[in-house]
Design a protein around this ligand. Sequence first.
Ligand SMILES: Nc1ncnc2c1ncn2[C@@H]1O[C@H](COP(=O)(O)OP(=O)(O)OP(=O)(O)O)[C@@H](O)[C@H]1O
Ligand SMILES: [Mg+2]
Length: 1109
Amino acid sequence: MEVKTSLLDNMIGVGDMVLLEPLSEDSFLENLRKRFDHNEIYTYIGSVVISVNPYRSLPIYSPEKVEEYRNRNFYELSPHIYALADEAYRSLRDQDKDQCILITGESGAGKTEASKLVMSYVAAVCGKGQEVNKVKEQLLQSNPVLEAFGNAKTVRNDNSSRFGKYMDIEFDFKGDPLGGVISNYLLEKSRVVKQPRGERNFHIFYQLLSGASDDTLKKLKLNRDFSKYNYLSLDSAVVTGLDDAASFRTVKNAMQIVGFMEDEVQSVLELVAAVLKLGNIEFKPESRCNGADESRVKDKNDLKEMCELLGIEQTVLERAFSYRTVEAKLEKVSTTLNVAQAYYARDALAKNLYIRLFSWLVTRINESIKAQTKSRHKVMGVLDIYGFEIFEDNSFEQFIINYCNEKLQQIFIELTLREEQEEYVREGIEWTNIEYFNNAIICDLIENNQNGIMAMLDEECLRPGTVTDETFLDKLNTVCAEHQHFESRLSKNSKFLNDHSLPHSCFRIQHYAGKVLYCVEGFVDKNNDLLYRDLSQAMFKANHSLIKQLFPEGNPAKVNLKRPPTAGFQFKASVGTLMKNLQTKNPNYIRCIKPNDKKAAHIFTESLVCHQVRYLGLMENVRVRRAGYAFRQLYGPCLERYKMLCKRTWPHWRGPEREGVEVLMADLQVPTEEFSYGRSKIFIRNPRTLFFLEERRRQCLQDLATLIQKIYRGWKCRTHFLLLKKSQIVVAAWYRRYAQQKKYQKIKSATTVVQSYTRGWQARKLLRELKHQKRCEEAASTIAAYWHGAQARRELRRLKEEARRKHAVAVIWACWQGLKVRREYRKFFRANAGKKIYNFTIQRIMQKYFLALRRTLPSMSPIDKSWPARPYRFLDAAHAELRAIFHLWRCKKYRSQFTEEKKAVYEEKLEASELFKDKKSLYPSSVSQPFKGDYLEISKNPKYHKLSSCVEEKVLLADVVNKINRANGKGASRILLLTKKNVLLADQKTGQVKASVALPDLASVSVSTQNDGFFALKLREGSASAVKGDFLLSSEHLIETITKLHHIGSTASDDGVRLNVDITDEFLVQFKQDKVCVKFIQGAPKNGNGASCKRKNNRLLEVSVPATA
Ligand SMILES: Nc1ncnc2c1ncn2[C@@H]1O[C@H](COP(=O)(O)OP(=O)(O)OP(=O)(O)O)[C@@H](O)[C@H]1O
Ligand SMILES: [Mg+2]
């Protein structure tokens, strides 16, 4: 789809009639037609939207279209009702101006559709959210409910609004809808009981019968057949393109969304059913004795069902249809009703029931959709009132409807034409007045309080005496005859006297939209709008809460004898209030035009459209717009809006606002003929200038947005940077703190160490000093002690000396005394008494000594060296002697426990000790080893049986030795046998004797001083055994072997020469002819701890002995 970006883009005809050239009625109509043919149904006159009913759905109301027009300038895109709705909504939201959308046009021109489009657009663009959506939904869904009860098919419109509707939608400061208030104006209630030919009753009757379930219909005691109901005209019950059943479901759903309770919906349907039933009640005359006819209900079935539905007592209602009670002051007069009066009463009840139900519905909807908050609201009013009507038979309703349209035309003229022109004069703009028709005169004809038609009607209704429609017409003929817009057959206005087309019972008003002939029949009744009190009281008695509510005047406790205000009076008052309300708001106009009378698409009946263009005053509208200025604005808002377009006014203009605008326009180089400066406003002649300003503003806003973005980004980055910097400082501070802490801790610990060292040093110094002091003190003490000691000893010596001297003196004295005594008493003692005492004393002492000795004798171990200390010095010799005796005795005792073998063993051990003690390192380890001798148990072991048999003597030693091979120093296992005469070497495996050396042939044995088991058996030179040379052997029992050899060798030799045992680390061994030196060296400890022998050269065998630990 082609997207238009400007009103001027791809324009079909002219989008804004202000730009039409040349301007004439023909060109105006031609432009409308051309645009209509191209599906361009909307055209502007400045800010007024002309809408031509296309009678078919056009693809111009999609959500994409809504988005396209959203927040766009009014003249930016091609004309659309959305542009007007957007403009109104934005000025409401942004400029805080209450708005009203005035939709006018004749019946079927598309007012209701336009109002729905406006509401749906506003709902689409305003705020969203759960609560807001609910409000929107409720506002939108109020339409189907009200349309079902208030719209009907007429000859002009299949969905004609039969009531006027003004809806205030309330918004909060953000532009979110809060709720709404609906005002309804005069429902055409006569339709309930009678419809003109080709028209229908209100939709709800047909919808209920077509769409309700069988069950519901049964409950409501209804029949699906329309023909069963007198109130439903039959000739156009079914309307093509209207699905009543589907609409019924929509209505029920809408009622639920709006907030009707289940039982409320049910009550409403019961009332609708009751109205249908009421229509079926028929009456028959019954003659009374006074000759008058009294009406009686013909067939009571419908009455019964209706009463059951509404919970009314049948007899009460029945009586109300037969009698009428008139109360005047304290009097009550009951009159009978004839059949005609009964029918009148029935229809009045039906109409009242329906109209009150409708009003209740509006109140109930208002209750649901009213704004919940009390805060100040912004208001957008949408007025969709019945259009101007000219029927064949025009009655009171048409009179009222057309009066309302006159008032709306008046307000349009007021605000667009008169107000506009007056504004130019007020603002001091040069202006040539444009003539236009002001319909104030017609309004005055109808509504004037003294002699207006409505005032006349009311006067007639309230007048005592016989009042008929004719008397009313007469009155009109007298009062209004002079009025140029009033015509009647009897009018005094002579120019109409000859008009025979005017029937007698009619009058004609020349409305702004044409002449309308009104038939006065029913005017008085309809204006009175009376319902017999008996009927309202019967209704009040109903056991049905809704009915009770609808007829409060039926309450006998609230009987009011005052006449209620007439219908005309009420309507005039509510229209007055509406007009006042509209005048406080910023008006937005949608002028609906009906292209043809056939309700058909694509047909543009020029004469019909021309008529509408004329009476709507559209040409005058264009002329005023063209002669004047397309756009005006107060200097303040204008400067505020466009000041960014000029460097001098941006961002602030300090001077007067007008001067600011002047500077701005001069700077923008707008041609001077394009605008004028008024007293308080600037007037812009051409919309294009406005587009230009808006476009510049849009561009400028983009630049400003970029600038703001730039500054914002800069600010954001800087803030971020500062934050980072701050953070970095914090981090650094924390890190420094941490580092300093560490450093401090290090220094602290270092200081502590230094301190501790210093303190240690000081302490040690102090300790040293203290020690020194102590030593000094000790030394002093010692010296003192020594000195004291010396003193004491000297004193002791002195004392001893003194004592000795005293003792000596005493002894001498005693001796001398003794001598003296003895000399004196010698004669009395035997000469040897002293000797005896002496001996006795000696004996006692000896006795005591021996007894003590016996107790303290040492152990019996010969090696125990202890001996009790001597008690008396004179026993020294005896004591030593006794010690020697005791030792000998215990040695003897010790020896006496040995056997001969043990003794021999010990002797051998003794001999070994003599031979090796302190000479060979191996010796200490052998001391604890017993000398076993026959290690191989040669005589017992069968393996050595052969060997033992070769040996004659007793084997003293049998052991495995290694015979060292001189060639490589390696050893070969041999069995060494030692007898009293021989030394034998035998093969270990075979037991074959390899060598036998007679002991006398053995010259000496050489061993090392070290911890090894090597030994060399050296043979006596020249002996028989010496032929093969000496033997170099190694034994694990070297000490025992050599000791035994030495012992046996000594005993075996004839000459008593003992076998030589050389203990040296280097000795010669005669191997056959060669002498080889065997040298023992200390080697590193090896595994097994054994000595190893290595041949170094021909003359040297080196035995490496591991050093013992
Ligand atoms: N914009 C539109 N697009 C398509 N069809 C439309 C449009 N406007 C009106 N109509 C058609 O015209 C019919 C009559 O329109 P609408 O009911 O709005 O007329 P009205 O001016 O409200 O008449 P009344 O005064 O009788 O209520 C609608 O039922 C619809 O079929
Ligand atoms: Mg309508």
